[in-house]
Design a protein around this ligand. Structure first.
Ligand SMILES: NC(=[NH2+])NCCC[C@H](N)C(=O)O
Length: 262
């Protein structure tokens, strides 16, 4: 548990690069998930990304990126960030958006979709860490290579998203639904109505940008976390030391051969 928390903390702090690369694709995902199924505005990932860029430039795809959750309170992100991304309200930024939801819908509005978010995160993180641990197991504690970290991290992200994707679609739809005149009474109702209107395939809308984002973002995340832990635990220092020693040996041997009469 402690290791899990430690990893997650490190992950949050080192994930900024991932956010910068991944946020536009996350925005595309939410647009695709929450658009009207009967009259879809966007045909797919490229069409949505291009439309957002043409209409609003970088602002459109980075909307919501400054939400506080990218710091320590990541939980809040899942509870109201989505509305900022699809800009259903006229909010200017995360604080305005939060205030507006609170004024209109009260605390219930702020936490809308929170239950289903927890229902998503529990299995998602289970699959996430299980996949990474499985792919990085090594015999006799031999340190794994950086390529192993990159591949295992990327695949852990991809596997975790595939495992829970339909739950994520329901979560986004619930968050955007609002409180004042909601279409859905609860997550189950949302699931039933979504399948009725858009078929089972609507539960997989936006999966492409999600997976394109998940691989690099989580490859970077896990590699940085694993290396940070390695260095902090002293193993990295030992490794660097032994590399330097080997290097010094090679230099000595070369010098000796150079000076020895041929
Ligand atoms: N589907 C998930 N929530 N998976 C677990 C973590 C995934 C990771 N934080 C990401 O943004 O890709």
């Amino acid at each position: 548990m402690a290791l899990w928390c430690e990893r997650n903390e490190l992950k949050l702090n080192t994930g900024m690069a991932g956010v910068i690369v991944g946020h536009p694709l996350d925005t595309v995902k939410v647009h695709l998930q929450t658009q009207n199924m009967n009259n879809p505005k966007y045909k797919g990932t490229i069409h949505c990304l291009r439309s957002l860029l043409v209409k609003e430039g970088l602002k459109g795809v980075y909307r919501g990126v400054t939400s506080p959750p990218y710091g320590s309170c990541w939980h809040k992100r899942h509870c109201q960030k989505n509305r900022l991304q699809v800009n259903k309200s006229a909010s200017k930024g995360p604080v305005d958006c939060l205030r507006e939801i609170y004024v209109n819908d009260g605390i219930k509005g702020v936490f809308k979709g929170c239950g289903v978010t927890i229902g998503r995160e529990v299995p998602a993180f289970g699959v996430y860490f299980f996949t990474y641990e499985l792919l990085t197991r090594s015999e006799n504690n031999v340190p794994i290579s950086t390529w192993n970290m990159i591949l295992a991290g990327g695949l852990a992200g991809v596997a975790s998203w595939i495992a829970i994707y339909p739950i994520d679609v329901i979560k986004s739809k619930m968050q955007v639904d609002g409180i004042s005149s909601p279409q859905y009474t609860n997550s189950y109702d949302c699931l039933k109505k979504s399948i009725k209107n858009g078929g089972v395939s609507c539960l997989f809308r936006g999966l492409t940008p999600t997976l394109i984002r998940a691989f690099p973002v989580n490859a970077v995340t896990f590699t940085v976390v694993t290396w940070t832990m390695r260095i902090l635990s002293g193993d990295g220092l030992k490794e660097t030391e032994s590399i330097l020693e080997r290097y010094a040996d090679v230099v000595c041997t070369l010098k000796v051969t150079e000076n020895s009469p041929s």
